[in-house]
Design a protein around this ligand. Structure first.
Ligand code: KIV
Ligand code: ZN
Length: 519
């Protein structure tokens, strides 16, 4: 606990802005899983979605509002009555609901996108913030593209929003255009120039187009912002949003510079990161700060020597402080259920007896294939087994043959809503043959956009983790992941996982095509 530290509100938008990343869309059950983990992580506000954008998103926000306890639950709305109605209907079940309304204030957005005059924009902000406030005391207003807005006009817009009842003013760098000294100064000047600034909490929402989102957010905190909007792993539109783990750990690691604190349980960071990566299918780059595979790896001899003499020579935070499992290899095929249960508990997964018995069976299958089962293997297996109940295609059987003189051939058995179908296909390689056989069984017309293979842990017998991205005929994309010691099987699992997502989306456009509507 820092002395006299002010609290920074952590507003997590993984389920709204993060979910807008291409191919990242989550179904309701997945959104719920992430929301429950965000509550364990200790975020103050969960922006659960954009309720007007689709019936699916509406339902997901509503379920989260009903079930997730602890954080405030927020729904996004444009400055349009029906958006605000939808947002309120979805979040009103929460103990602490919040409506977040936004309208662009930069000349380029007002002229080209909204086709509204400055006065019309100001009037609309006043009317719609007041409308949202008529439902809910907790209203956030964002002047979209604030960074590129004329400063004096931005001051006017913010003043009107506060007068109309906004209790949080969020300043977005929508296109990730600002740099730290400019952004910090902007926040400082806004707090001075907006006459009623003391009646609201100022927040920031930075995008990462220039790789400066976390830096801009931190400098805003230094200049008086008291809420930061961010996402797990920094996922989000284009280059993403400010990364929660980077902001939180900067504040925690440098108490000499930041006299503020967050309510984040940092030991839950790694687990949150893994979950979001698995469910969205967006892999984490190995050198990603805090949560990347290499974030705590010391390769050079000089570094290893220094690290072994005193960890702080090359480590500014411990892996344990962010919940990264120590990579001690402790389990193998002779390990018993008790040892497995104990290790899982240390990793933060306290399974009940029935789940442990089931998981032990899966563990033994893996331990038969791999000499050492690392913590990463256990986490990957756990994630796989907590698969999505809504999966309609299930991989039942896979056989491939390939070699220098063989035509790669695959036989696949897949069940669809319980009925099992089998097909055989040949291809350019075993993975191609598998994918062709799956296509024959499932008859879903998709294009493979991306295929990535990586090792879950070290060693020749490491599990391979495959991520694929598929696109259906209407342009909707979906990702899927699969892991196995057999990379062909991992490839098949990933493809089937992505297909299960694709069939949830009939079209690439949201059911209500909000981009075409006039505000
Ligand atoms: O980037 C942005 O401007 C947004 C707003 C809706 C806050 O996401
Ligand atoms: Zn955004």
């Amino acid at each position: 606990m820092k002395k006299n530290a002010e609290r920074i509100i952590i507003f997590d938008t993984t389920l709204r802005d993060g979910e807008q990343s291409p191919g990242a869309s989550l179904n309701a059950q997945e959104k719920m899983e992430v929301a429950l983990q965000l509550a364990r992580l200790g975020v103050d506000v969960i922006e659960a979605g954009f309720p007007i954008s689709s019936p699916g998103d509406f339902d997901a926000v509503q379920e989260i509002a009903k079930k997730v306890k602890g954080p405030q639950i927020c729904g996004l709305a444009r400055c349009i009555k029906k958006d605000i109605d939808a947002s309120w209907s979805a979040v009103k079940h929460a103990k602490k609901p919040r409506i977040h309304v936004f309208l662009a204030t930069s000349d380029i957005h007002m002229e080209k996108k909204l086709k509204m005059s400055r006065q019309q924009v100001l009037d609309r902000i006043g009317e719609m913030v007041a409308y949202a406030h008529s439902f809910c005391d907790n209203v956030e207003f964002s002047p979209e593209d604030a960074v590129r807005s004329e400063f004096a006009f931005l001051v006017q817009a913010v003043k009107i929003a506060i007068e109309a009842g906004a209790t949080t003013i969020n300043i977005p760098d929508t296109v990730g255009y600002s740099v730290p000294f400019e952004f910090g100064d902007m926040i400082r000047r806004l707090l001075l120039d907006v006459p009623n600034a003391n009646k609201a909490i100022f927040s920031v929402h930075c995008h990462n187009d220039l790789g400066l989102a976390a830096a801009n957010s931190l400098v805003a905190v230094q200049n008086g912002a008291r809420q930061v909007e961010c996402t797990i792993n920094g996922i989000g539109e284009r280059a993403g949003n400010a990364s929660l783990e980077e902001i939180v750990m900067a504040i925690k690691t440098r108490p000499d510079l930041f006299s503020v604190e967050t309510g984040i349980h940092t030991e839950e960071i790694y687990r949150s990161s893994r979950l979001v990566s698995r469910l969205t299918g967006i892999q984490i780059q190995p050198n990603k700060a805090i949560v990347g595979a290499n974030a705590f790896a010391h390769e050079s001899g000089i570094h290893q020597d220094g690290f072994m003499k005193c960890a702080q020579t090359y480590e500014i935070m411990t892996p344990e402080s962010v919940g990264v499992p120590s990579s001690l290899l402790i389990l193998g095929k002779h390990s018993g259920r008790h040892a497995l249960g104990k290790r899982l508990k240390e990793l933060g997964h306290d399974l009940d007896d029935k789940s442990l018995i089931e998981f032990f069976e899966n563990f033994k299958v893996l331990a038969d294939k791999k000499k050492y089962v690392f913590d990463e293997d256990l986490l990957t297996l756990l994630e796989e087994k907590s698969g999505v109940a809504e999966d309609r295609f299930k991989l039942e059987y896979l056989q491939t043959s390939s070699g220098t003189d063989l035509v790669p051939t695959a036989t696949i058995r897949i069940s669809f809503d319980g009925d099992v179908h089998q097909e055989t296909a040949t291809g350019d390689g075993p993975v191609d043959a598998v994918y062709k056989a799956i296509d024959k069984v499932t008859k879903v017309n998709v294009r493979l956009l991306d295929y990535k293979l990586s090792a879950v842990s070290g060693g020749k017998d490491a599990q391979g983790e495959v991520t694929v991205q598929l696109e259906n005929t209407s342009g909707a994309t979906a990702r899927g992941k699969g892991a196995s010691t057999d990379i062909i099987e991992a490839s098949a699992k990933a493809y089937v996982a992505a297909l299960n997502r694709v069939i949830l989306k009939k079209t690439g456009k949201p059911p209500v095509d909000i981009s075409k509507e006039k505000i």
